[in-house]
Design a protein around this ligand. Structure first.
Ligand SMILES: [Zn+2]
Length: 458
């Protein structure tokens, strides 16, 4: 009988945190039968060039294998897991895409902007899907965006648990907690390898629940005499909803500022994820009629981005809204590593304007990470009980730390694989072996949207 073999090829998302794209290949008798792709996201360049918008995975490796791609599964709606898809959908042979409800809405919107159609299916977590010789179950998980899913991939040689970005939030403010029952039930069939988020592997304990933030918003709003301004990631719909609910208690109207914030909250409202009456939301024109202490601004730009709505507020570039004494600005986010200088500059600019600025360094519970800490990561290892482990979505630092956690649970070093981009791993019933290296280039996307492996100097 021809033996099946499974190969895993990460085209992004290992060593770097972003640009997630993972390829699973099934071979029978040495011949490639089926390919399943998980995620297809953007990343950020490690060079400073104002012509470059972002980077995307290099898919040249897949060029002569397109006919074998059975489906693309998207774990959640963050840009570093989805936003490269419109660039490559045609090249990948337009396979069907499967994902959760909010992700479907976000991705449809991205494709609309590109003016191209997409075959996208909202999944049912109670169903098992078949993609060639692969089968997959989708498991409800928690993260910093609703409708995050983990994937349980069944292959003729054994099962894979694909656990991208997650934290184990036992009390999410909306939506379901992680489906522990499904994780242990599916895993009881045996798991060859757990691919796990490892970004929180340096931080002890369990991750703070998203619910804790709602209470903080209320405390901050209560004693704000002027405008209340909250900034966070515009995809964090649960965070935004908690801020709106706290504002409603103090009779404040809501203003969204920034393109991504407006767009994402519009989509969330369309699918019922921000269930508030239309008259709660105020736009720039009707703003002047509402007193400052009856206004909450939910603003994009928590990373200090130069053209963001928050930077415009801080530098008087917004003609309708002035920041001053009595106003409060809450940063419900941590700076992404590398952005610290810009974020602190922005905080200082807002302070100089006279605003009271609070941020996670000086006050607890203003932000909860979307990534599991050490105990979250270990708990998933315990539940899945896989033979092998591969940390994904982290840098070498996080991978090494993940290895230490695995050892605490009795894993041997040779059962944990720390991968680089383009490394491939062969998996059969009893062992895993590093395969040949896949050559990948850095692919840049310019501000005009053109793709190139060379940097345009304009
Ligand atoms: Zn994410």
């Amino acid at each position: 009988m021809d033996e099946f073999k499974l190969r895993f090829v990460p085209l992004g998302g290992v060593v770097g945190v972003t640009k997630n794209m993972y390829v699973y290949e099934l071979y029978k008798g040495g011949k490639l039968e089926d390919i399943l792709i998980v995620d297809c996201g953007i990343g950020f360049p490690d060079i400073d060039n104002e012509n470059i918008n972002y980077v995307i995975p290099d898919i040249s490796y897949l060029k002569d294998k397109v006919s074998k791609i059975r489906a693309i599964l998207l774990s959640h709606g963050h840009e570093d897991h989805t936003m490269a898809l419109p660039y490559y959908y045609k090249d990948l042979g337009e396979p069907p895409v499967y994902t959760g409800k909010l992700t479907t809405a976000f991705v449809k919107n991205d494709f609309k902007e590109f003016g191209i159609p997409i075959k996208i299916n909202e999944v049912d977590v109670n169903k098992t899907y078949t993609f060639g010789n692969f089968k997959a179950d989708f498991i409800r998980m928690t993260h910093s965006i609703p409708d995050t899913l983990h994937l349980f991939i069944k292959t003729p040689i054994g099962n894979i648990y694909h656990g991208t970005d997650f934290k184990l939030d036992l009390t999410p403010p909306y939506g379901s907690p992680p489906d522990f029952h499904a994780i242990s039930k599916l895993s009881s069939e045996g798991v060859l390898c757990l691919f796990s988020d490892c970004l929180g592997a340096e931080t002890p304990g369990l991750t703070l629940s998203e619910s804790a933030i709602g209470e903080s918003f209320e405390n901050e709003i209560k004693n704000t005499p002027g405008k209340f301004i909250m900034t966070t990631f515009s995809s964090n719909i649960s965070r935004i909803r908690q801020c709106i609910e706290s504002s409603v208690k103090y009779q404040r109207k809501i203003v969204f500022l920034g393109r991504s914030m407006r767009e994402n909250t519009n989509i969330a409202r369309e699918i019922g994820y921000l269930p508030f009456k239309n008259n709660l939301f105020v736009d720039d024109r009707t703003l002047r009629k509402t007193p400052p202490n009856k206004l909450t601004f939910i603003v994009a730009g928590s990373q200090g981005q130069i053209n963001s709505a928050l930077t415009k507020l801080a530098t008087d570039q917004n003609v309708n809204i002035k920041i001053g004494k009595g106003d409060k600005v809450v940063f419900s986010s941590d700076p992404i590593p590398g952005n610290e200088a810009e974020v602190y500059k922005l905080i200082e600019k807002l302070m100089i304007k006279g605003a009271d600025v609070v941020y996670p360094d000086i006050k607890e519970r203003l932000h909860a990470s979307g990534h599991g800490n050490q105990e979250d990561l270990k708990l998933l290892m315990r539940l899945v009980k896989s033979n092998f482990l591969i940390p994904i979505g982290g840098t070498i630092r996080h991978q090494r730390q993940y290895m230490k956690l695995a050892k605490q649970l009795g894993y041997k070093e040779h059962n944990v694989f720390l991968l680089n981009e383009g490394d491939s791993v062969w998996i059969d019933k009893s062992r895993m072996l590093l395969g040949e290296k896949i050559k990948t280039k850095t692919i840049y996307v310019s501000n005009e949207g053109t793709i190139s492996d060379k940097i345009a100097l304009k």
